[in-house]
Design a binder for this molecule. Structure first.
Ligand code: ZN
Length: 302
């Protein structure tokens, strides 16, 4: 090689390294929000979820909208609905509706089992009462005919998490009200650095959720006060579940735009989504004063 060509090669190398994309862009995680059916206002909530995740600076967010009618009514639409789950680090589940066709269920289960991340938001845990693997992924769910045969309830009593197998339907909530989230795993990556207790904006406090409860870690609970129609129990609010090589973050809060305007919802969603994607949380914890116990802090996204 002549000196001239050597210099050209060096110049090319230097140019390539100068124009390489900044490392933080390469570090962004790809999230896919899945919606399309829900007894909640998913059309209003999906853009808010997207904004919350993007605001963290950690995620690039894509939306995948499933067909609005059942596979029996619109089989062709469902045959064509086949998101490439493996292209994403984490799936954000904002869907509560018809049972998916078998192929889609298998692809979804394999994605999580093989190490994919999954985040379950509020009524997404009402989905698929008769899909065993999905119920394992979410640990507990509500409604849809769930009862003691679905599995136990999870409660926090006398300083520890207990599984309660007493009979009854799965899934209830009292009136919407602001409530206190209490951390039960302060050293878990999702909770590390967050205050021991912080108040969430008015929302439904899900209770009596039931399910297989396998490989589940309860990150936070809230007291379901009989004064607001609650159960008089500390109910699970934030959960982490291992499913195969994959991780699931399940947040039972986030009924609608008002609940999603709560910093408590936003911070835990961002951190839980990063954890589901990578098993770590690099997002900085907020100043504890920004997540107080006495009143909810609101931050609006559109
Ligand atoms: Zn709701």
């Amino acid at each position: 090689m002549t000196t001239h060509r050597l210099l050209l090669s060096l110049a090319t190398l230097l140019t390539l390294s100068l124009f390489a994309p900044p490392s933080h862009a390469a570090d962004k995680l790809n999230a896919l929000i899945i919606d399309g059916q829900n007894n909640h206002d998913w059309k209003a909530c999906t853009p808010i979820l997207k904004s919350i995740l993007q605001d963290s600076g950690r995620f690039t967010v894509t939306v995948s909208t499933a067909p609005s009618q059942s596979p029996q009514k619109t089989p062709d639409a469902w045959a064509n609905y086949n998101p490439k789950f493996a292209d994403y680090d984490v799936l954000i589940f904002n869907y509560n509706g018809d049972l998916w066709p078998q192929t889609l269920r298998t692809n979804f289960t394999n994605y999580v089992r093989n190490g994919g991340g999954l985040v379950i938001v509020h009524a997404a845990d009402n989905s698929f009462p008769d899909w065993p693997e999905f119920n394992e992924m979410i640990a507990v769910g509500g409604w849809g005919g769930r009862n003691q045969q679905s599995g136990p309830m999870i409660r926090y009593r006398n300083g520890k998490i207990v599984f309660d197998s007493s009979p009854g339907d799965g899934g209830t909530h009292g009136a919407q009200h602001p409530f206190l989230l209490e951390s039960r795993e302060p050293n878990h990556p999702v909770m590390k650095g967050l205050p021991q207790a912080f108040r969430h904006a008015p929302d439904e406090l899900y209770a009596k959720l039931r399910g297989p409860c396998k490989n589940v870690t309860v990150l936070a609970t809230a007291f379901s006060d009989p004064k607001t129609g609650g159960t008089n129990e500390n109910e699970p609010i934030l959960l982490a579940i291992d499913f195969g090589k994959g991780r699931v973050f399940h947040t039972v809060i986030g009924h609608g735009p008002e609940a999603m305007s709560s910093l408590a919802f936003q911070i835990t969603l961002q951190r839980g989504s990063e954890f589901a994607a990578t098993a770590k949380v690099t997002l900085p914890a907020p100043n504890p004063a920004d997540l107080p116990a006495d009143k909810p802090v609101l931050r609006n996204f559109k």
